[in-house]
Design a protein around this ligand. Structure first.
Ligand code: FMN
Length: 231
């Protein structure tokens, strides 16, 4: 454990939030286990959420028709990405485990975290046409979603009013994490946290800490294998 590095990509505006407490619990547990812990506190960093030509230093390949993925791939190869993206790349390179800690916004991640996904998972660095899914760039790394919801668990059942939580999570867990090769650990979901009384919150944090102790030994979720498809 002591040689492992954990990156927590964290999106909440308030240090008083449950999300902050969940992030702090992870920092504490992994630090106590002797791991190196890195936190990307996106709001505190004022992380830019939109991918634009400002992410590239120097000349564009095709300024007439700007294509973000093509231009950033070339810029990545030539070391011409903006400093904030390069910094996140350095953190990701070191990480054995990445935890995304956030409140559910519109059935997804907050915009600032989507911006991290859009801007940091650069083509060439995070994936290529040859390196996807089982052959993904990050196949030796683990990742997971840890999030709070406003809605109750019963609303996110297959027959609940919001529909099956797994349907919501598919774009993130398969379309982002698994796509880049990550071994995806089961999500940690803190249901309806605003309506949870303080003692129950404390119990949830204790259970999270217990899970965190063994997280790196958990069996990842299972996804379809690349070899089943013609790529
Ligand atoms: N809660 C849901 O259950 N589903 C949603 O789709 C959802 N969308 C939200 C969108 C926005 C812009 C905001 C501000 C809140 C939304 N919520 C939604 C509620 C938050 O998930 C909830 O307030 C948060 O998880 C509470 O965590 P905290 O106490 O750490 O802030």
């Amino acid at each position: 454990m002591a040689d492992k590095t954990v990156l927590i990509v964290y999106a909440h505006q308030s240090p008083k939030s449950f999300n902050c407490a969940a992030k702090d619990a992870a920092v504490q547990v992994f630090t106590d286990l002797g791991c190196k812990v890195i936190v990307s506190d996106l709001y505190a960093m004022k992380f830019r959420a939109v991918g634009t030509a400002d992410d590239i230093k120097g000349k564009l390949k095709n300024p007439e028709h700007f294509l973000y993925n093509e231009e950033t791939m070339v810029a990545w190869k030539e070391g011409r990405l903006s400093d904030d993206i390069k910094e996140e790349h350095r953190k990701l390179e070191q990480a054995d485990l990445v935890i995304f800690q956030f409140p559910l916004y519109w059935f997804s991640v907050p915009a600032i975290m989507k911006g991290w996904i859009d801007r940091v998972l650069t083509q060439g660095f995070a994936f290529s046409l040859q390196n996807l899914y089982d052959n993904g760039m990050f196949k030796n790394k683990k990742a997971m979603l840890s999030f709070t919801t406003g809605g109750m668990e019963s609303m996110y059942l297959p027959d609940g009013i919001n529909g099956d939580i797994n349907v919501l999570l598919w774009p993130l867990q398969n379309g982002v994490l698994r796509f880049c090769g990550f071994q995806v650990l089961a999500p940690q979901i803190f249901w309806s946290i605003a309506h949870t009384p303080p003692d129950a919150r404390a119990a949830l944090l204790e259970a999270w800490k217990t899970r965190l102790q063994g997280l790196l030994n958990e069996k990842p979720l299972s996804f379809a294998h690349t070899e089943l498809f013609d790529l």
